[in-house]
Design a protein around this ligand. Structure first.
Ligand code: MN
Length: 488
């Protein structure tokens, strides 16, 4: 993810004379340099724009350059917005309008009309805001002092969302097998998804994977098992199962890397020629940033990869998750999330254990090895992308993960326990009203605001279930959005 950068474009005009413009230019340079030290991606100062052509030129270059993941604009002085129309209309990269000011305070003694002419962001940014609204151009607006840490966090989060957008547009998903038979929510229009989100979703034969597994050498398996031993506690004597998972992981990784895929899906219904459903193999691939979806769920697989890319250091604490069962005891109402095997260890509170257990579902000839752990406590979100027919809807719910309130010694999978907002049962009613899937991406480090930004960049519907959501309000919101998205 380090390859990305953002461009700083400052608005002005010739009216103020060369001395003022020189000060604006020097300050813009200083701000970009200082902000680059505290933001997750570099902010590169490009130009103090005074003409239609300068704006058009910088936008053309931003659209063309792969490393440019978005532009940040600001108007130190007044910048008449008609000269921004052509450039902003053609802009294809995410845009953040930073309504800030070089000085923090109004300097009581110093302030005079020269100061007023130089420091006009308060009205310059309003002119700039008008043209964004008039063009109906999707943009993020962040207002505040440029040295404020809270502002750095908000701009940094938007940058991560923009990197998620760039990552999405390049994403390829490798499918082994189709969706689980008869399941509706894991289906979707792959053509529409590629148009909107950029994903190339294609299928490869399980037989080809089995062939690839046959070519994996014992030395390659030894090396990967050594990695497992370093990262996890081995809590099984079944070395053969661990080695079989290593073989599966190496083969899947080779196939994905060869095709440039950063996400994959498989299904327990199609394991032809394989002894075990990949468990540990899928989990360790997720730990390396690959997205995964079970039962052929390519949407959740791609979203897992994207949220990971948006997270800390380009591989955050996000994972494929499934709502399994509830604890409905009054005062301790929780969801228990897990999957039959495949939960990413980036969620783990402690060092995961490798265990082998019988798996009754699917065509497993042998007991699959898997990582078993408890998820971390703390605020988090769950996200689900569904196909509404003609459009995509991203549903995000705020949750509070807790240390599981019981040890569940006979549950042989990784598990996370959480309280959905606003409370478990109202949260479930809201989720079901919106049509959210049983499969989600659970994330500790991607916020709902980041996903709202991402949805705006991708031009898809966004629904957020918070501590303040009621089923009544949500129902109305969904009715209105349904109409709006039909007209769009
Ligand atoms: Mn599932």
């Amino acid at each position: 993810m380090r390859k990305y950068e953002f461009w700083f474009v400052v608005g002005s005009q010739f009216l103020y004379g060369p001395e003022t413009l020189a000060i604006v230019d020097a300050r813009a340079k200083e701000m970009a340099e200082e902000l680059s030290k505290v933001l997750p991606y570099p902010l590169v100062y490009k130009v103090t724009a005074k003409t239609n052509k300068e704006i058009k030129d910088v936008v053309k270059e931003a659209n063309f350059r792969d490393e440019c993941a978005g532009i940040i604009t600001w108007c130190h002085t007044f910048s008449p917005s008609k000269m921004w129309i052509d450039g902003l209309r053609d802009l294809q990269k995410p845009w953040l309008h930073f309504a800030t000011q070089y000085n923090k305070e109004i300097p009581n003694d110093e302030i005079d009309m020269d100061f007023m002419n130089l420091n006009q962001a308060a009205h310059g940014d309003r002119e700039h805001g008008f043209i964004g609204a008039r063009l109906r151009k999707p943009r993020k607006i962040v207002a505040g002092y440029w040295k404020d840490e809270k502002i750095h966090k908000r701009i940094g989060d938007w940058m991560k969302a923009a990197v998620g957008a760039a990552f999405s547009k390049d994403l390829k998903v490798m499918r082994f097998g189709d969706n689980m038979r008869e399941v509706a929510v894991t289906e979707g229009d792959k053509v529409e998804t590629q148009i909107k989100l950029g994903w190339q979703v294609n299928t490869w034969a399980v037989g080809d994977l089995v062939k690839e597994m046959g070519k994996v050498t014992e030395a390659e398996i030894d090396a990967l098992v050594a990695e497992y031993e370093a990262a996890y506690d081995i809590a099984t004597d079944n070395t053969a199962a661990i080695r079989y998972q290593a073989r599966e992981e190496i083969a899947m990784k080779k196939m994905m890397d060869r095709e440039g895929c950063m996400a994959f899906s498989n299904t327990f219904q199609d394991l032809y020629g394989m002894e075990q459903l990949p468990g540990l193999a899928s989990q360790h691939l997720m730990a390396q940033g690959y997205g995964y979806g079970g039962e052929g769920d390519w949407k959740v697989s791609a979203m897992t990869a994207i949220l990971k890319a948006m997270g800390e250091n380009g591989n955050g604490a996000s994972a494929f998750m499934e709502d399994y069962t509830y604890h409905l005891v009054e005062g301790q109402e929780y969801s228990l999330g897990a999957h039959m095997l495949e939960v990413c260890p980036s969620l783990a509170a402690d060092k995961p254990r490798i265990e082998t257990h019988h798996l009754g579902i699917g065509m497993n000839e042998k007991d699959p090895a898997r990582l078993v752990f408890e998820g971390k406590a703390g605020p988090a979100i769950v996200a689900s992308l569904i196909d509404m027919g003609g459009r995509l809807r991203l549903i995000v719910q705020d949750i509070e993960a807790v240390k599981p309130i019981m040890p569940m010694p006979n549950l042989p999978v990784a598990r996370v326990m959480w309280r959905a907002m606003p409370d478990l049962t109202t949260g479930v009613e809201c989720w079901i009203t919106a049509g959210g899937a049983h499969h989600t991406v659970l994330s500790y480090d991607v916020s709902a605001e980041m996903l709202r930004d991402w949805a705006r960049m991708m031009d898809i519907e966004f629904v957020h279930i918070t501590k303040d959501t009621t089923p009544e309000k949500l129902e109305e919101e969904l009715l209105v959005k349904d109409l709006i998205w039909k007209l769009k």
